[in-house]
Design a protein. Structure first.
Length: 422
């Protein structure tokens, strides 16, 4: 039987089986080719999307590089103008040749913000280019001189109220025309005159201790230029969530910190450039001295908290333009007794108040608050400000021995007692 089966299976069986196997091989080959084709297509698709995504990342990096090149160019020109104000006329209307820096270049143009009113400041427009990707940064440079309003010691839009032992050296002005908008109570000394709104009656607008005060009207209402509060930069974070600083350090790169704590004396070398530091919380302990060295400038952006202890000295013997502190809309500032600050403090559109208590500021306080911000700033207990307070939409309060040697621009001024304005 086995022999019969083997014989029957013989050459024909083997031939048929071979044909079946060859047929199966053919079908398998077709299937393999189809699968390989599908996989090839899928691979090409994935590779396309991968290359596209990679190229998008590369393009975004180039756009970001172009932005920082533009920003560096604008800040470099601004820094030059601050240090060399006599050269402004040579720069106006001129556009620089492309300046190569790193992997790209930038060019800068300087114009007046308002050609009809040169005192309003300068517009610096810088364009960065990296492999054809361009970004433009516009920076307004508002000279402190442009805030000056004639010989005014104080100018308030809505009015002024004083109480006891107040001394004013210089003119006082207001746009107010309503009776009683300016009330002087307890004036010790007043050297100057009071000018009210052009349609107001000076004898009705100005009330109180006015027997020996010269009064008059403005020829037209005064309008204010509200400075633009800058957008906070996006900076690369440091590894440390909390950075403790003391001793001597150099700032060579712009960076972001979650929290900075300074509990010992600190010397910061700024080099020759504009440096930016973004911090959520900045804590300065008691009796700390912070010195800024070099020809550069430090721009400090505070998101949340700036807390300074007793008897601190911040840039006391440095340049005013070397330090600018920008306080974000949701930030708070706490200053305790007996500290000295030299520089500029720039508030955004805050709706909460800040109080300066028994301190000395050599420099300027600026508020970019809008008309509905209801911002309140107060100084008390022998606080002295040698500079400009420029807050056209703010209510400013002085009490218990405040001294301002400079210009005050506010919406409303409330003076309690023992204050001096010159």
């Amino acid at each position: 039987m086995n022999k019969l089966l083997k014989t029957s299976f013989g050459s024909r069986g083997r031939s048929y089986l071979s044909q079946v196997i060859k047929g199966e091989k053919g079908s398998s080959l077709v299937m393999v080719l189809i699968i390989m084709g599908v996989l090839t297509i899928l691979g090409a698709v994935f590779q396309f999307f991968s290359l596209t995504e990679h190229q998008q990342v590369v393009n975004d990096e180039k756009r970001m590089q172009a932005y920082y090149l533009a920003r560096s160019g604008a800040e470099a020109v601004a820094d030059y103008i601050i240090k060399n104000p006599d050269d402004v006329d040579e720069l106006l209307g001129e556009e620089s040749d492309p300046v190569d820096l790193g992997e790209g270049s930038f060019k800068v143009k300087v114009t007046e913000i308002n050609p009809e009113k040169p005192d309003e400041g300068l517009l610096i427009e810088s364009t960065g280019n990296v492999d054809g990707f361009e970004r433009t940064v516009k920076l307004q440079l508002l000279p402190y001189q442009s805030y000056s309003l004639g010989e005014f010691a104080v100018f308030c839009n809505r009015g002024i109220s004083t109480q006891k032992h107040v001394t004013i050296t210089g003119d006082v002005g207001t746009n107010a025309e309503e009776p009683g908008s300016i009330h002087f109570g307890g004036i010790n000394s007043f050297t100057g005159k009071v000018l009210v709104g052009p349609n107001g009656d000076p004898d009705e607008v100005v009330t109180g201790d006015v027997a020996n005060i010269s009064k008059g009207r403005l020829t037209s209402k005064v309008t204010y230029t509200i400075p633009d509060f800058p957008e906070f930069p996006e900076l690369d974070p440091e590894d440390e969530k909390t950075k403790e600083l003391s001793g001597e350090i150099s700032i060579r790169d712009n960076c972001y910190y979650k929290r900075i704590e300074i509990f010992g004396d600190l010397v910061i070398d700024l080099g020759d450039s504009v440096r930016e530091v973004l911090v959520d919380e900045l804590i300065v302990g008691n009796n700390v001295t912070i010195k800024l060295e070099g020809k550069g400038c430090l721009k400090l952006y505070v998101n949340s908290l700036f807390d300074v202890g007793n008897s601190c000295r911040i840039n006391e013997n440095g340049r005013i333009d070397a330090l600018t502190v920008y306080m974000g809309d949701n930030s708070n500032m706490y200053f305790v007794n007996g500290w000295v600050f030299k520089g500029t403090i720039f508030f955004g559109n805050k709706s909460t108040g800040n109080t300066f208590n028994n301190m000395t500021i050599h420099g300027h306080i600026i508020s970019a608050g809008k008309e509905d911000s209801n911002y309140v700033f107060s100084a008390k207990n022998d606080t002295t400000i040698n500079g400009i307070i420029y807050a056209p939409n703010a209510t400013i309060k002085f009490e218990k021995g405040a001294v301002v040697n400079g210009l005050i621009v506010a919406d409303w001024l409330d003076v309690e007692k023992k204050s001096f304005f010159t």
